[in-house]
Design a protein around this ligand. Sequence first.
Ligand code: C2E
Length: 753
Amino acid sequence: MSEDLLPTDPAPSSDVNRQLELALRERDIILGSAGLGIVYVRQRVILRCNGRYAEIFGYADASEPLGRSSVELYPDEPAFKQLGAEAYPVMASGQRYKTERLMRRRNGELFWASMTGRLIAPDDPAQGSIWIVDDITEQRQAQDALAAVTAELQLILEHSMVGIVFLRDRRVTRCNRSFELLFGYEPGELNGSSSRQWYLSDADWEAAGQRCYEPFKQGRAFEGEMLLRKKDGTPVHCEVRSKAIDVSDLSRGSIWITMDISARKNAEGALVQAKDELEHLIKKRTRQLQQTVLAMEQKVLEQQRAEAHIQRLAHFDALTGLPNRVLLAERCHQAIEIARRHGESLALVFLDLDHFKNVNDSLGHRFGDELLKTLARRLKTAVREQDTVSRLGGDEFILVLPGTDNTGAGHVAEKVMELAAQPFQIEQHELNVTPSIGIAMYPSDGSDFDALCRSADIAMYRAKQDGRNSFRFFTSLMQAEARRGLQLENSLRRALERDQLSLVYQPQVSLVSGQVIGAEALLRWRHPELGEVSPAEFIPVAESTGLIVPIGEWVMRTAVQQLKAWMAQGMAPLVMSVNLSSVQFRHNDLPGQISRILDEVALPAELLELELTEGVAMRDPQGAIAVMNDLHRRGIRLSIDDFGTGYSSLSYLKKFRVYKLKVDQSFVRDLGDDPEDRAIVSAIISMAHSLGLQTIAEGVETLEQMQFLRSQGCKEVQGYLFSRPLRAEEFPAFVAAGTRVLDEHAELWHYAI
Ligand SMILES: Nc1nc2c(ncn2[C@@H]2O[C@@H]3COP(=O)(O)O[C@H]4[C@@H](O)[C@H](n5cnc6c(=O)[nH]c(N)nc65)O[C@@H]4COP(=O)(O)O[C@H]3[C@H]2O)c(=O)[nH]1
């Protein structure tokens, strides 16, 4: 190998030669075994090289390159020259020249070579140079790869969107721009600084260090969210992922990948808030809905109740709970239908309490209501399951009794009379009432509900007329009378305008002086077809239709005009009594109306006397007292007509501004043979005296009656004994002859006196 590298020199002596030869051999062996290529080049020609050199450049052995131009070893001539230009100045200064270059193998392949060259004689470059060459292609490739990876990593680091920081001993060794931007630092500002600065507090910093220690030690990544701070102190939510660079040596530090999640956190916060608000809203809405639903349920319930109530009201009487007229009509229609199909009869019983109004007026509606409720309960006990007991209103009840004939209806009516007759104990009061009952039968008295009602009503009315407290079956005669009532009503409407009304005057005589001291005006109606109609028949019709108001005014005006006319004819003044219906009495401005008439006629008020029945004060005693007071103030006299027949309350009587009581003719009629009537009449007269009231008795037909009345202290009388009601033109003559009547009975008269 030595000959491969060095020129063979002649040996100076055998020993010396021998030693030199050995030394050269050692050197050759060393060079030959060297792992690096070594070449001796002079004047661009390869003079010597070792095996490794030949191997590197692709020669078969170390002898093959010898004598070849070293230029071939370069990629091209310029490369060769460039090396020469760079290397020879260095080598000429005695230094080694070191470079890494691309060189060319024998097969033309380029490879990276590290080359270290030195001139054998720096002062004589022509002596050539020795180069140590190594094939570093693999190393360069590895370096390139590493550089590429490093560059890539650098790229990643620099352009990563997330912040990346390398810490050692918790100080920044390196970080990317994103990390700096994340925390608001200038480029490079963080290098070498402590990580403490982006923690909010020492405690946080310590805690973070402790939290990541364990994962680092185990080679795991630490992951978590942290609230950190920017350079200016602004808090920033970060997601952090960190790992020790070398698990076996934690002192080599760690890498931290940091991401700003403030936006996400804010969004999450906003989301949580929005969710909370939504939940709150939903809860509120749910509450509202629940309330609405509740309110609606309540409303529906109320509606249902109201409907049920309306339904009940529509079909049942609120006071007694009995079916009302509507339901009664329905049931009656059904019952009639069944009766018609089976050819059966049916009874409709109309019940009305006598003088029930008095209970209400005297004790109050509460008592009246209680009485009606009790009566309703009693009535239900009187009938069968299939019967209907209903209340029409007021004190009117109707019973429908399917499959009932006259006998059965009569029994029920008697039973009802009994039940109604039993006293009603309401609070501390024991009340007694009597019913008047009318019965109509299907099919004889009506083929439908309305017709049966009308018939029963007529029958009931008849029961009342016949003295009340009784029952009557409807008859065809009643039908005729009812028809007449209707006819009267229609005719009465035109009676005034057709001048069919007139007045007659019944003299009133003083039992003290025997003189005619007054006249009672009594109304007469002469109908062209019906003839003379009794006021007892048409006055109730006039009252029920309200016609009594204009008729009454006419009576008043006619009566006072008549008195005025008589006086004008020379008759001594006397008192004109005019009957006043309770309907008139309740009419607005009665006192004013009477005063106007008196003014019109220019008659002193004290010559007019108004006869009121006891009933006028029943409905509204206080109002009646006020009207009486008003009339009294105007100087108009008041008397109570038909005294004893009504429902007088003595306590009210004392307050009434009346000056006279008129004893009803029903008591006078039987004075002769009824001790009870005598007792009543004497009681009325003495009571009147004790109240400071005068008395007049009506319907006096006999001397006995007159004598009795006079003996009891009654001062005035009227009746057929003295005179029937007279026509106006007859009256003055009677007054003139009046004493004659008494004269006829002068003996008795004197006896009586
Ligand atoms: N049996 C008998 N009867 C006698 C006797 N003396 C008089 N009468 C009659 O008895 C009635 C007395 O009148 P009244 O009690 O006010 O009863 C009156 C009165 O309540 C009412 N009335 C009559 N005219 C009017 C009027 O102008 N206005 C009002 N509101 N009612 C009147 O009609 C009722 C009946 O009147 P009249 O048929 O005129 O019947 C009169 C009269 O004709 C007698 O000795 N024996």
